[in-house]
Structures are given as C-alpha cells and as structure tokens.
Write a protein that binds this ligand. Structure first.
Ligand code: ADP
Length: 729
C-alpha cells in the first residue's frame, strides 16, 4: 500500500467513525429478540478499506479489487469502488472531498436521501466534517429477519454480509425490512410491513396437479405456445381418459410403445416417482385412498452429455405480481444422472440413476462425482454446459431464448390463481407486506434442443454444502463451491433488487425495451465470472436479468386468464375469500348481462351447482365451499362457447371477456368490490372452526385459513408430510 493509499484509508476510517455517530441517531434501538446469537449480523460499519475479513473472504473467492462493475480499473487513487459508485447516480448531486488527494467525487441521491446505484453498499449518507467537507454518514442498514430461513441460512448469511446489511437471526420485535422464509408465506405470522420472500399460495399452486391444471388451461387457449409441457393426466380423476387415450393410440399404431412417468402430487426429490408402459401398471391407491398424482408422457429422447441424461435448474425471481416482474438468473445448475442413458424399455424402467436426474437420488450412486470444478462432476454450472454445447456448434442463443419464453409462459399460467391467494391474504387497502419469491425451474433439453418444463419448485434448495462421507460411515456437510457460486449470487442479487432504498435505481437500471428474447445476452462458462464483491465492498453486476416486462410485447397476449381472474376477484367481494357464492355468481351474470330468455337465472343456478359440485369432488381437500377460480374458468368457457358458437375457443373467451369488461367499466377500488358483493355461502371452515377457535380476530376467511393451517384444519390442503416434501433440502 502506498502512503497516499494509507492516507486515504485513514481519512475514510475517520469518516466512518464520524458516520457511525451520526448513524446512531437514525438507527432503531437494537431490538433483536433476546439471546442473540454470536454469529449474528455482520458489522455493517466494518471499515470501508480493504482490510479484515471481507478482504480475505473475497480473496478466497478470487476477486479483484479496485474495479468498477464493468471490470475497468479505476483511475488514480484506490478509492473504495463502492464509494465512487455511490456518487455516480442521477437526481440530486452530492460531493465527497477526499482530503490529501484533491479529489472531489460527485454523486446524486434520491430526494429521500437514499443513494441510487446498484453496486454500492448503501450504508453511508452524507454528513459534514469540521472543515466543511462532505463525508459519508452511515445509514440505517437494511434489516433482514432470518429466523425462519432454514436451509437457505448459510447462503443468506453470506449475502447479507456482502451487502453489509443487518441480520436478525432470532427475529426482531420491531419490523424488519425483509423476512426470509424457508417454506411458505405463513412461516412468520402477522407481518404487516416490509417484504416477505414467499407469495401466499405459491406452495399450493406449484404442486404437480395444480401446475398441470394451470398449464392445461393455457394449452387449451394457446396450444402452439404451451407445447413445452409434456402431455399430462391428473389422477385419479382422469384415469379413464388416460387409459382410453393410450389404448386407442396403441391400437391405431401397434409399433407405438410410449412410456409414462408417474409423479405423486406434492412430492419432490424424485420421491415416489416411477415409470410405466401401460395404464394397468398404475398404482392407484394408497391404502384405501386414491392416490393423487400426475401421469405424464416420458421424454425418451433427452439431450445427453457424456452419455448421461441431465436437467437444468434455473432460478427465477418473481419480483412482483402487480405489475408482473420476472427475473431469470443468468447462471444455473445442471444435475446429471449417474448411469449412462438408454431409451426406456421394460428391463430398465426401474433404473432411477439412468432416468431421474434428481441430485438427492444420484448422490447415493457410487458413480456420483463431487467436483469443485464447475464443468465436471455430477453437478455443474449451466454456463459450463452451454459452453460445451456452443463448442459443438449448438445455437445456444436460440436455446436460451426458448428457455426464457418457457419461463415467462409458465409464470403467466400460474399468476391468475396466485392473485386470488394474494388478495385473500393481503387484501388491498389493509396493512401487509409485499412479496417476492425465488422459484426453481426444472427444465429438460430434448435431443432436438427443445426445452421441456418438468416442474417448478416453490422452495428450491438453497443449500451451499453437501453431505459427504468423510470417513467410512461418517457423514459431514462440506462446502459445495458450485452451489455456493450460483446460489449466493441468486440470493444476494435478489436482495439487491428488493432493497427498499434502491427500488427506483434497480428498476431504472433494467432495460425497458420490449424486443425479442432472441437477442438476450447469455452467460457461457461461469469459470470466468467474478461473482463476489471485491475487497472494497464493490459488488459484481446483477446475475438476475429482467425478462418481464422487458418482453411484454411478445407475451402480453397470453395474459387472458388473468383478466378472467380479475373479474372473479371483483365479484368475490368480501376481502379474504377465495370462492364465489351462488349469489355473487348470479350478480356476475346480471351485471355483465349474460342471461336472457334462452339462458334464464334458473339455468345460471343449475350451472353454478353443477360445476361447483364437480370441482369440490376434484378438490376434496378444499377449505372453503363455493366456486373457486378453476370452476369459474370452466363456467366462463361454457358461457363463452354458448354465446359465440361459431368462434374458436380462444376467440370465444376473448369476446366474452370484452363483453363483460365493457359492462363493468374500469376496475373499481376495494370499496366498490365490496358493494358488488352479495351474501355468500358460509365458508365451510367456519362451521368447524367454531369448535376450536374463539379468537374474534379470526373472523376473516384469510385469518381462518391461516389458523386452519396451524392446528385445527378439518380438511388439510397441505398435509404436513407433503409440505415438508415440497422443500428441497
Ligand atoms: P420431483 O419434484 O420429485 O423432483 P420431477 O417432476 O422434477 O419431480 O421429476 C423428477 C425427475 O424425473 C426429473 O428431474 C427428471 O429427470 C425426470 N422426469 C420428470 N418428468 C419427466 C418427463 N416428462 N420426461 C422425462 N423425464 C422426466
């Protein structure tokens, strides 16, 4: 270090201590829950020079110092790069004079005093020193409640430390800015502000049956656009159709011998999955209960690398539902089978190491290769695989843009129902947190390079260590560099995007154009990527890339069901409900003028009863009586077909939607929604609830749902076993 560097270091440390004093006035009292852990909270005030733990951590991860986010070395003195960045953003200017250097760094902040800019540590704010120069003053760090983070904890801790935020590992009495949950929105109850990393209803929506239903609705409307999801049947309700269709296919072409994969609803990590070649091989019952499962066409020609089948785990951030904002991590993982692949035949159907790519299964194979390199072993980075493919001449840009399209379309399929859950748990106008969520997309590439969606995981494993037998019979968790590189980047950059002080700057930093995903930049061979902050606290460019609304133009026409869901929500009326009662359904028909002499209100009632009854059989564990969104969609499609007989399904639906929207006018506020509401059937839960709930605060259906999910639900939607199984560990 030169003398001049030393001077700067001293100056900046002095600034820091001044800043700490100033910051204390702003910082909330240390109100962590009692008995705080010694491992808690990185010290956000750690010196902004490149000494100490941060430096060594960064060094271990191969970071370079004194570079801006574009990798260009800074000119002149080694001023902490993040400080430079702090002062490079638009809006109102601020200056930092660095004593002894003659340097004046200029910067800008939002009107609320938050610095703009993506790559800075935001824990400083301007103050003045005695001789009038402006100094960075400490800001209150962003607070994160990690008490429910479960297996994400390690990656989360590293991320919080890199950002110089403040962790509350045991929770906090006062509100935190961000709550990190390991399983579901309801891991912590009664959050009324801040942001939670889970959406209500996501676990339910992404169970195999519900995802299949949601995609099927889209396949009905947009068959060519939703051909990335294998043909699926829901068991037990579609067993007859499945058997009949397969029998017919075999009879019409005797050379056809398809294979199917059966996946239990709510299962994960390959649990309970098996392959069949004939409907008679289905295991339909668990004890005396019919087994809820999805049976799916098996993709028998996957792309192979080193003769092995593999799948892609892609991390996707839903930053917001309204407006819809989707980000995709540029880096992902690939998980390899451990037995060379052969097309399925009766003899190899049970070879799980050949057909299933799950890490949790293959790790038990003696062929599993743990590797610290990103491009070898049984778990590799996506970029290293894309690099291999590019070398072989594959058009990986095309593959990547197909993957982006698959992700956006899949999210569009589940958003309508998510919005129903969202308004029920966080009614508009009531205090509540906002939500975001990282999802794990499992994608298979077919031999012809077409990506296929296998499933979407609401709780993708964020573990950065793996179990290893360190001595015979002795297992230990050891760090997994590949997992750490990918997952820490995803969590840290999710936090950066959700930074309550940085929202404007992150939004404005993302491209606004709505061109084609074909031109999307692609990351190849992550070996070269600098992912961690350098020792001056500078952060690398975001690894999460906005894809929606960026590609709005290309995909907006697919958001048809969301408009139907908006109608549905409008007629739900009382906040917190998820089902329409018969009177509300009648009001919908009347308001939209859908009845006439050919379709009387008596027919409307029959339609309601008929469809609702059928759906309550299809969803035997549903918690409320009445018409849910799926049943409403069926009724809507029926009404559309009746009214616009000569059109194709999609045009029928669009025409009816336009008619309804014209009668309703612009979406009204929540008050209006209430006035549209009518007496509804009493949610079924209320009757049973009175036996076990006396708390008057539990009057709203949302509160009842939460309470039910704890201890006294009569019809558990998520069985405890299933809920656990949904979390990848
Ligand atoms: P789980 O949630 O239990 O992991 P998945 O749907 O991801 O269930 O399936 C487990 C594995 O089975 C996948 O990782 C993949 O290797 C394989 N698989 C799943 N669906 C198909 C399919 N339709 N065709 C071929 N392989 C499949």
């Amino acid at each position: 270090m030169t003398d001049r560097d030393g001077n700067v270091k001293v100056q900046l440390c002095q600034m820091k201590s001044l800043g700490e004093d100033a910051g204390k006035e702003e910082t909330d009292p240390e109100d962590e829950m009692p008995a705080s852990s010694p491992s808690a909270s990185p010290d956000p005030s750690s010196c902004i020079t490149s000494t100490g733990t941060d430096a060594s951590v960064s060094k271990q991860r191969g970071e370079k110092s004194s570079k801006d986010s574009s990798g260009k070395p800074l000119q002149g003195v080694a001023v902490p790069a993040y400080a430079v960045k702090n002062f490079n953003s638009p809006v109102c200017e601020q200056t930092l004079h660095i004593k002894g250097t003659g340097k004046i760094l200029q910067g800008k902040s939002e009107s609320n005093g938050n610095y703009l800019g993506l790559h800075e540590s935001r824990n400083t704010q301007e103050t003045r020193c005695e001789d009038g120069c402006k100094l960075p003053r400490k800001r209150r760090p962003v607070t994160v409640d990690t008490s429910k983070a479960k297996t994400s904890l390690e990656a989360l801790k590293i991320s919080i430390k890199e950002l110089k935020w403040k962790e509350f590992p045991l929770g906090r009495r006062a509100a935190c800015d961000i709550y990190w949950h390991g399983v579901s929105f309801h891991d912590n109850e009664n959050i009324v502000s801040g942001q939670v990393n889970k959406f209500p209803g996501m676990v339910e929506m992404l169970r195999k049956i519900n995802l299949s239903r949601a995609v099927r609705t889209m396949q009905d409307l947009f068959p060519e656009e939703y051909d990335f999801y294998p043909r699926s049947w829901i068991l037990p309700e579609e067993y007859q159709q499945f058997s009949a269709q397969i029998r017919m296919a075999k009879e019409s072409d005797t050379s056809v011998s398809p294979t199917f994969i059966v996946k239990p609803d709510g299962g994960s990590q390959g649990d309970g999955i098996y392959l069949i070649r004939d409907p008679s091989d289905l295991k339909l019952m668990v004890g005396s209960q019919p087994k809820q499962a999805v049976v799916q066409e098996y993709i028998n020609k996957p792309l192979l690398i080193d003769k092995l089948k593999f799948d892609i785990r892609l991390y996707v951030l839903i930053k917001s539902l309204e407006p819809l904002e989707i980000y995709i991590a540029k880096e992902g993982l690939t998980r390899f089978c451990t037995e060379p692949y052969q097309e399925p035949c009766q003899k190899n159907l049970t070879h799980v190491f050949m057909h299933l790519t799950n890490y949790s299964l293959n790790v038990h194979s003696c062929n599993f290769v743990h590797s610290d390199s990103q491009s070898t072993g049984s778990k590799r980075t996506l970029s290293s695989v894309l690099y291999r493919l590019a070398v072989k001449g594959v058009d990986i840009k095309r593959v990547w843009s197909d993957i982006i399209a698959l992700v956006i379309k899949s999210v569009i399929a589940v958003v309508p129902e998510l919005k129903v859950y969202y308004q029920a748990d966080i009614p508009p106008g009531k205090p509540g947190p906002t939500c975001f969520q990282i999802l794990g997309f499992d994608i298979l590439l077919m031999k012809n390079l077409k990506p296929v969606l296998l499933e979407v995981n609401s709780n993708p494993s964020m573990r950065i260590e793996h179990e290893q037998e360190v001595a015979p019979g002795v297992f230990q968790y050891v760090p997994s560099p590949v997992d750490e590189q990918v997952k820490v980047g995803v969590i840290r950059d999710t936090l950066r995007l959700m930074d309550p002080c940085n929202k404007k700057s992150t939004a404005s930093s993302q491209p606004k154009a709505s061109g084609s995903a074909q031109g999307e930049e692609i990351q190849v061979d992550g070996e070269q990527q600098g992912r961690c902050p350098d020792n001056s606290g500078n952060l690398p460019p975001l690894c999460l890339k906005q894809v929606y609304p960026k590609y709005t133009k290309q995909f907006n026409h697919l958001r048809l069901v969301e408009r139907i869901a908006a109608l549905f929500i409008r007629f739900l009326g009382v906040k917190g409900n998820m089902r329409l009662g018969p009177t509300a359904f009648r009001t919908f028909i009347r308001t939209c003028k859908l009845s006439n002499s050919n379709f009387t209100m008596a027919s409307v009632d029959i339609l309601y009863i008929d469809i609702t009854r059928r759906w309550s059989c299809a969803l035997p564990d549903s918690r409320e009586a009445g018409m849910g969104l799926q049943a409403f969609l069926e009724a809507f499609f029926y009404l559309a077909a009746r009214r616009f007989k000569s059109l194709m399904l999609r045009e029928q639906v669009v025409s009816l939607l336009e008619l309804c929207e014209a009668h309703l006018g612009p979406q009204s506020g929540s008050e209006d929604r209430r006035s549209l509401s009518c007496s509804r059937v009493m949610p079924r839960v209320i009757k049973t609830q009175t036996l076990c709930l006396s708390n008057p605060q539990l009057n709203s259906p949302a509160a009842q749902r939460r309470a039910m999910s704890q201890d006294c639900r009569p019809h558990q939607r998520l069985k405890p076993r299933t809920l656990r199984a949904n979390v990848e560990n």
